[in-house]
Design a protein around this ligand. Structure first.
Ligand code: ATP
Length: 244
């Protein structure tokens, strides 16, 4: 890889009218590692990822992938695999058919569909309609779609949401195997105990950046759990979201 970081966020700010969702956030995502973007509901995680992917325009600052804004990155859709809410499948489509449509859009061979279905462990359900999938199966399906083009970077918004304990353990091992192959993973989550067992680096967001760096430096500073360090950095909940 030619650039030293897989993704960079510099002074990134996003305002929605009177609401500042993300304020002056800067951090780097190191290649070949799993980075967890953590924050409570409304902390600005999804907005940050959307700005990285060119889906939301920053009010100030910038985000780059492999050194370029996403929109200017050659072959971006194949180099960056994304799992994020907001892309609805065609109603009544089977899992297989949905992935085949994505494969054609990405210009990858149809055989990749079988490969990713096997990888995420839902090949046996591929001929079922997607609207009958459980939450866990939907998460695996979304991951399969993200993997179709064999991307260098995976951006996963809340990939553990809705997974049962088996699914969570599977996801952890699966993400680690992807990172061991040299891929970079940036995932958002509010499941702190889960993340503690999954990620190498941590970014804590509460509108502003509260921490970015290796997980072990964060938790070993005080020999405490990620959860305790998280609340040290973002403060206790006051009932409102997106508190300063
Ligand atoms: N399109 C939008 N229009 C107006 N406000 C928005 C929009 N998108 C996000 N926001 C606001 O920006 C803030 C950050 O939202 P965001 O979805 O990025 O947080 P999050 O950390 O991903 O939260 P969650 O864990 O609940 O998904 C919230 O106050 C949210 O209401």
């Amino acid at each position: 890889m030619s650039t030293a970081t897989a993704a960079e966020f510099r002074g990134l700010t996003k305002r929605f009218g009177d609401v500042t969702a993300v304020e002056d956030v800067s951090f780097s995502v190191r290649p070949g590692r799993i980075t967890g973007l953590l924050g409570r509901n409304g902390a600005g995680k999804t907005t940050t990822l959307r700005m990285l992917l060119g889906l939301a325009q920053p009010s100030a600052g910038k985000a780059t992938v492999f050194g370029s804004p996403y929109q200017e990155l050659p072959d971006a859709a194949r180099r960056v695999g994304v799992s994020m809410d907001g892309v609805a499948p065609i109603p009544g489509t089977t899992g297989y058919r949905d992935l085949l449509i994505w494969a054609r859009m990405l210009g990858v061979p149809g055989a990749r569909v079988d490969a990713v279905l096997e990888q995420v462990g839902i090949a046996g359900s591929a001929n079922r309609k997607l609207n009958g999938y459980s939450t866990g199966m939907r998460q695996r399906h979304a991951l399969a779609a993200a993997l179709l083009a064999d991307p260098e970077l995976l951006v996963l918004d809340e990939p553990a949401n809705g997974l049962d304990p088996d699914g969570i353990r599977w996801l952890r091992d699966f993400l680690r195997s992807l990172a061991d192959e040299g891929r970079t993973i940036l995932l958002s989550s509010h499941l702190l105990a889960e993340v503690e067992q999954t990620v190498d680096d941590v970014v804590i967001l509460q509108r502003t950046l509260r921490y970015s760096g290796p997980l072990d430096e964060l938790v070993s500073q005080k020999q405490e759990s990620l959860e305790n360090r998280f609340f040290d950095l973002v403060g206790a909940a006051t009932g409102g979201q997106n508190d300063a």
